[in-house]
Design a protein around this ligand. Structure first.
Ligand code: IMP
Length: 198
């Protein structure tokens, strides 16, 4: 089974494609720009992105994610993308001097599947590093240390990040839903195509 993932962010696409492969879901990347509603909740933004994709696309996945700093509730949150694009992470590191470095990444994935709309959530807690480290991933990965880890997301390989990340949790939930929804016949086809790829 196939789903279109609509996002201009190639880093997200790579993660989503490899997260959904084990569920027998093939992801087609649609790198088009969707209007980003100004709203204070990821779920509202994710729903609005999905609504902006023409109804002729019957199986579509979008997501909205953000970094949330405990010291500054809601920031950068839904504004994570423009804050990063305009300022990078320098200002965040400066703002956190002398304050709690606790932070979380959150994702809301919105799926349209043959007329049904479902939302899936993921969160990973952690803290902001004293400075950027690592070369993998994208966005704020070099400054985010997931709880219990001594390395930033950017110091981990993709599989290690996917296993614990906010996007990993939300997208695996979406994958499990799609597999259940597809029924036994589609599951058998997915298993067969997995075997053929081995
Ligand atoms: P949006 O979901 O397109 O609004 O963008 C979310 C922004 O949050 C991205 O552009 C990144 O700057 C940041 N972000 C979201 N998820 C991640 C992640 O997994 N790693 C690093 N930065 C992320």
């Amino acid at each position: 089974m196939d789903v279109a993932f609509v996002s201009t962010n190639e880093g997200k696409f790579r993660e989503v494609a490899s997260l959904l492969a084990p569920f027998g879901v093939r992801v087609r990347w649609s790198p088009r720009t969707l209007p980003e509603l100004q709203a204070d909740r990821l779920a509202t933004v994710a729903r609005a992105k999905l609504a902006a994709v023409p109804a002729s696309s019957r199986r579509v996945l979008v997501e909205d994610s953000g970094l949330f700093l405990e010291a500054f509730p809601g920031f950068p949150g839904v504004y994570s993308a423009p804050v990063y694009a305009l300022l990078g992470f320098g200002p965040i590191l400066r703002l956190l001097r002398g304050r709690t470095r606790a932070a979380a990444f959150r994702t809301v994935a919105a799926l349209r599947w043959d007329g049904t709309v479902r939302l899936f959530y993921g969160e990973v807690r952690g803290r902001i590093a004293l400075g950027p480290r690592g070369a993998h991933g994208f966005g704020y990965d070099p400054i985010f240390l997931p709880e219990g880890a001594a390395r930033t997301f950017a110091e981990m390989g993709p599989a290690e990040k996917d296993a614990i990340s906010h996007r990993g949790q939300a997208i695996r939930r979406a994958g499990a839903w799609m597999r259940r929804r597809a029924g036994p016949r589609a599951r058998a086809v997915a298993r067969r195509s997995d075997r053929e790829q081995m």
